[in-house]
Design a protein around this ligand. Sequence first.
Ligand code: ATP
Ligand code: MG
Length: 436
Amino acid sequence: MTALTATGHLQPYGVMTHPDTARVFDAIAAHGGTARFVGGIVRDALLKRALVDVDIACDLKPEETVTALEKAGLKVILTGLKHGTITAITDTYAYEITTLRVDVTTDGRHAEVAFTDSWLGDAKRRDFTFNALYCDPDGTIYDPFDGEADLREGRVHFIGVAEDRIAEDYLRILRFFRFQAWFGRPPLDPIGAEACRKGATGLRDISPERIRDEMLKLLRSRSPAATIADMIGFNVLPVILPDLADTPRLRMMEWLDSTALSDPAIMPDPLRRLAALYRAPKNADDELQAATEFCKALRLSNNEAERFAAMISNANLISADMSKDAIRRDLYRMGADAFRDAVLLAWATRAAIPPRADSTENRQWQGLLQAATDWVPVKLPIQGRDILAAGLAPAGPQMGWLLKLAEEYWLANAFVPGRDDLMTYLAAQDTAKLQE
Ligand code: ATP
Ligand code: MG
């Protein structure tokens, strides 16, 4: 068995020191196994970030791990037994526990794995040096590829020969850029980047779901635009997502996320950034249709796709100098969140085109965002049944039409007219004439 040598120590915190976590480790130890934190959680702990997912590597075979955990009264879900992964569930956390494994065969998308008792073997099949970090519950670190130093220096380094590692799983190309955006410092590792350029067409066979997840994770990083520009420069994005091309606008959205805004309601948002980066293909005659197809191809959820398309169509209705009346109408129609999305996208669009906005214009944009924050949702004070009760129209299209008329009047008068005002207004209309 190939053991790893301890290389350092970190002070465990957060989920690492939670009693539930101790139960999981104790259960495995009681069964004669060794378990260690691995991957993201160790990397993030070294950076003292908030710890979210807990990945654990373990030298017991999956069935033994299940037995060990169940004997200790822990709930187990067989998430990916064939690949060696099970999940232990407690009231507070979910723990992904994976048996040490090596790849037997790979085809660029999937791997056939074999279980092993070699910690080094397990480390070698991981992607980047700082993702092959292991840590005991007491904080002892095992770092077989000097990942800690790479992390400190902001270097995203493939383990082994970059080209070969990419050919095993082309998704690693996107992971390379994702980790660059999160932890890297320019310049990109030239060897890794060149290998990505060479392997890019392999991404065409990767499932859209995996691509979506990576892209959204990348766009969640603080400043993804520079990395996105590299992905275009190394011909990675054009191969799979040629519509993600508007880096200048993404840069502006990034700037709005960070500096121009002080409203806590406005957080960096991956979908809004995706919309900023999106550019409808030149030959598309229907921008909205093209956007919807893009969302579908990227397997966004229906809710995400709707929000994405709404951002794009709503942004066309927004301008810095729009009237109070137009602001009110749009807020009423879109709701505060969609209006804010639309303003940010319109502002980013505007800011990406020289000449730069002067301070008056930027104040106007800020004012639009403020209007979204201040917005209190309102509801038309009358309903169809009021029209029915007053005998103004029978149920049916005529009633709907009167409701629209009342809404128009109410909107035009800044939501001031109340129920009685609207009924009086409707009663005074010559319905037959207006309908012509
Ligand atoms: P995060 O959870 O913050 O996205 P992570 O590093 O934990 O980052 P995961 O996708 O959760 O990433 O994977 C956990 C670990 O599994 C990684 O740290 C890495 O060691 C390994 N890993 C994941 N995907 C791959 C891959 N495609 N190729 C090689 N190793 C991988
Ligand atoms: Mg993880």
